[in-house]
Each structure stands twice: as structure tokens, then as C-alpha cells.
Design a protein. Structure first.
Length: 115
């Protein structure tokens, strides 16, 4: 099983980034997918999820209206489009695949938002 995040980088506040998480080694279409983020000072924080059945999406209050999660089952990839980025969005972003009690995590991609 592999989950490989990409697309992170340095962006100014108010800017945009799109993260990707390319996966392999499991049946992507049957797994829910989520994005989390973590700073050195904080615990890992849930950001957004998209389920495997009807593509229903949910978001944390801190990103709702600015971030959009989507998935491409043909490419086994999940995306996180981030707009109007704020300094406090700076974090390592991780994707997670889940099905029942099984969970798989990627290694993360760093996002840094400057003021």
C-alpha cells in the first residue's frame, strides 16, 4: 500500500494550492479518503473527507468554504484544492485511506503560507 502526497510548497496568504495524493496497493474506489494536517506544536487535525459510496464531502469548520476535496477513482487519486490560504493553514498535510477499521497514511507534504 502506498499513498504519496504532492503539491505542497510556499505560498503567500490569499493564494491557492492543490494537493494530490496518489495511491496504490488497495482498491481505491471502496475506501473513504481524508486529509489531515499537523504542525509541530499540535496534534494531527482532520481537514476534510470524501466517502466512497456517493462522494459525500465533509469539512472542518476552519477550512469549509475555502478547501475542496475531490477524488478520481480512475486515477486512484484524491485532491485537496485550497484557496484563500491563511498563515494558520501552514502545516504538514497528510492523506488517509479508510475502510471499516483499516487505515493507511501517506508521508505528508508541507504547506507554508507566508504573510
Amino acid at each position: 500500500v502506498q499513498l504519496v502526497e504532492s503539491g505542497g510548497g510556499l505560498v503567500q496568504a490569499g493564494g491557492s494550492l492543490t494537493l494530490s495524493c496518489a495511491t496504490s496497493g488497495f482498491t481505491f474506489r471502496t475506501h473513504g479518503m481524508s486529509w489531515y494536517r499537523q504542525t509541530p506544536a499540535n496534534e494531527r487535525e482532520w481537514v476534510a473527507s470524501i466517502d466512497s459510496v456517493d462522494g459525500r464531502t465533509t469539512y472542518s469548520d476552519s477550512v469549509r468554504g475555502r478547501f475542496t476535496i475531490s477524488r478520481d477513482n480512475a486515477k486512484s487519486t484524491v485532491y485537496l484544492q485550497m484557496k484563500n490560504l491563511k498563515v494558520h493553514d501552514t502545516a504538514m498535510y497528510f492523506c488517509k485511506a479508510w475502510f471499516n477499521v483499516a487505515q493507511y497514511w501517506g508521508q505528508g507534504t508541507q504547506v507554508f503560507v507566508s504573510s
